[in-house]
Design a protein around this ligand. Sequence first.
Ligand code: HSE
Length: 310
Amino acid sequence: MKSGIKVFAPASVANVAVGYDMLGFAIDKPGDEIVARFSDKPGLRITKITGAKGRLPYEIEKNTAGVAAQSLLEHLGETQRGIEIEIHKKMPFSSGLGSSAASAVGGAMAINELLRRPLTKRELLPFAIKGEQVASNAIHADNVAPSLLGGIVLIRSNAELDVHRLHVPKGLHAVVVYPHIEIPTKTARSILRKEVSLKKCIQQSGNLGGFIIGLFNSDIDLIKRSLNDVIIEEQRAQLIPGFYDVKAAVLNEGALGCSISGAGPSIFALCGNSLIAEKVGVAMQRVFSDKKIETTLYLSDINQEGAILY
Ligand code: HSE
């Protein structure tokens, strides 16, 4: 057995209410682990997958972590290197937690670490994006960028991968509830109307700007006033049983805002401190348990590190 490395890539909340395909933040848990080691057999191989219940392919070109890893190896001119990777899925599929993005980030990160960091973390972005494309068929970095870099991230342009970390006020806490239902991202994207009214565009732009200023000035009231999605949420809420009941309960407990995490079904809330976050978590789970829907709850600071070497 040759020596290897292990990396962790965290889950993330995309859209963050007011930044569809533009905003995302990383949370501490859950996340995927990828192990990489050299082997005597030339080329890249996936030798083990756990936690995926047989749902992930071993073929490199069909696997998000595999594609991310392979595209990085091609870029580095290292395709003849013998490398084995193991994928340990520690998060649910189609959950709105950026599961495929975490695997893709892990794939690129693992190769970079194994080869002793020829690229910076930020330079891994395009390779991780290629991996995620296998799953989502669209290019949007709002899960990949926060999973890789950590923090709250604004993607000014997905085409140019113009990605910026935003300031995170002290005490800001995230609560994410995952109801055990699956919503494929492709489905959640396909139901969206292609046109947005000028009125809504103006409202949402104001909210996005307000949210960003609120973060930079640690202006909690401004964040609260701004965290209001007038474009996407109303179209996707129908896919999540009890969404509006959860939202009402969460806001009643003092959260700054609450909306769908990524493409759903997970729902996130941002809170000004950990005490409120705990109460919000209880409220979220209560609504779903009344509806006999099982849930998993994640309470987290904004994860500032992103993907890490274990
Ligand atoms: N921005 C994406 C969406 C995130 O909402 O469809 C999910 O991949």
